[in-house]
Design a protein around this ligand. Sequence first.
Ligand code: ASP
Ligand code: MG
Length: 408
Amino acid sequence: MNLSTKLSGTASAPGGPSVRVQKFGGSCLYSTEQYLHVASYLEKVCSEGARVVAVVSAMGKTTQSLIDLAERVSPNPSLRELDLLLSTGEQQSIALLGIALKARGILVRVVHVFELGITTDNRHGSAEVIRVTMDRLGRWLEEFSVVVVPGFVGATEDGAITTLGREASDLTAVLLASALGVPRCELFKEVDGVYTADPGLVPGAQRLAHLDYQDMLELARSGAKILHPSAVRLAQQHRILLELKTLHRPDTSTTVGAPEAPSGAIPLALTLRQDCLIARVAKEHQSRFSGWLRESGAEQLVLAQPESFAPVGRPESPASASWLLATDRRGFPLPEYAQAEEAAAVTLVGPIADDVIQRGHEVLVSSGSTARILGFARSQRAARWVVSPADGAATCRVLHRRLFERTE
Ligand code: ASP
Ligand code: MG
């Protein structure tokens, strides 16, 4: 997201009803019953005196089904037409929620993509927002209790429909909150916040009350698919507090915002990223490889110094260096002088003391653990153990038990 994006709109009038921006993701909207559920929740919020901008995603896994559909017509669907197709998911969704709200007698205005006021460039599939104009939306908020808008979509100056990238309705919600001057953005998801590890993977995971923007970004980069990173960056820039919650427990959440009072060097969470690649490159090719990487646009998680591998694995030959890339081998051919190996990264995020790292190392090299450790690298607020993909989940569990559950 471009820092110079122009955001303009009207903040809620002093003394007038408060405005809440609430985003409902596809995982809250997987069936028609869920639309009724969201509608009754919104009715309750309005009865408490708030006006709501409801940003909605496509129903359930609609976006993926539409991509699959396009790929049955062409293996490489043209991006302009694909955006046109994908936008129908959100269009269906806003209309359904609008119908459900009107049936309850709620004053609602459903806003389609051309009324929305999000202008983008023409990079279909991952368009950049160039302008957000909320004047109309601000007026509708004076007139209606709920304004329902599609997430994920925008339009070019020429009137073509664009999309902002997969899962980008988080970004739409933050864009609207900042343009409307609303300091808080509620994002309804599958789970009620951020946990110390993925609760589906690690049964003992605990919900965190608060995370700062930087740690949330590191978690997202390291594999936690909870929040769209551009949404976090934009929220940080505009100081918008994000609240992650789930519909059946709207009173618990994890907030993401400015750092709170430091609580010592206690790590916050562990996350697993499976789609990584270690590229080992001999000394004489290293600068060439760095240049190649910049051009390829591959996401680089760490540039691992050979010695950082030493504590947990076989020491690496000083004649080569390793890069850990956040991408899998498929569709990403490396130059022939780089040796590639598929990998998974287990990242510990937050303030981390040396003894915590040491405990992590110990449990991984202890006799009970069979994981093949390919490397380790540390930065200020992240420590990353790299293992083979088959060992990713078990490594995450073992580290969580040792570092968060304190069973021994
Ligand atoms: N429906 C879009 C997607 O699945 C956008 C979103 O869900 O945020 O990618
Ligand atoms: Mg979706």
